[in-house]
Design a protein around this ligand. Structure first.
Ligand SMILES: [Zn+2]
Length: 198
């Protein structure tokens, strides 16, 4: 069994959860930066996380695991491997999340949806639509981390292994700027006073 603290340790130890002073793509600043693929690059860590997904849904007769490309491919594969069931993924085609490559669900097939980090939940809602569009029965959703601040509700059982509260600031209100901390853009240090369009 993995606790929320265990999961945060895995994020930190793998370098996925960085602390410092970061310029986000939104133009806002934050004291933390999350790069989920820093975790997913380590099969033994991904395996531990997916074992917890599998444990939580062990009694739910899951028949297929579905995740959205790209992170969800890795999570679906490993969760499906541990549960002994099929693993497939959705991806975008002309901007719409869909099943390609001949992937299909039987009507009523019991589906576990997996995803890495949820902020707005947009990708997961699209996966739910794709699954329902094929007549799949959604058993639940397993997430590595919920960073929505409790604002996202999918209307089905959702298990997040941890919750992340990562504040961000407008540059002119940033306490890290005020403290004179050097600003970093996605892990690479840049000159102070970097400006980007929001
Ligand atoms: Zn700042």
């Amino acid at each position: 069994m993995l606790t929320s603290d265990d999961v945060l340790h895995i994020f930190r130890d793998s370098g996925a959860l960085l602390e410092g002073h970061f310029l986000l793509t939104s133009g806002r600043h934050s004291g933390h930066y999350l790069e989920k693929f820093q975790v997913l690059q380590y099969p033994h860590l991904t395996s531990r996380l997916c074992a917890e997904f599998a444990r939580r849904f062990a009694d739910d007769n899951v028949q297929v695991v579905v995740g959205p490309a790209t992170g969800g491919i890795i999570l679906a594969f490993e969760t499906g491997r541990q549960m002994g069931v099929r693993a497939i993924f959705t991806e975008r085609e002309d901007g719409k999340m869909t099943f390609r490559r001949g992937f299909a669900l039987q009507p009523g097939e019991r589906v576990l949806v997996v995803e890495d980090i949820v902020t707005t939940g947009g990708s997961v809602f699209e996966v739910l639509d794709a699954v329902r569009g094929q007549g799949g029965a959604i058993v639940g959703i397993a997430l590595l981390a919920d960073r929505s601040g409790g604002t996202v509700h999918f209307g089905v059982r959702t298990e997040a292994l941890t919750t992340l509260d990562i504040p961000s600031y407008a540059p002119e209100e940033c306490p890290l700027c005020r403290a004179g901390a050097p600003l970093t853009k996605r892990g690479s240090r840049e000159q102070g006073g970097v400006k980007r369009a929001a």
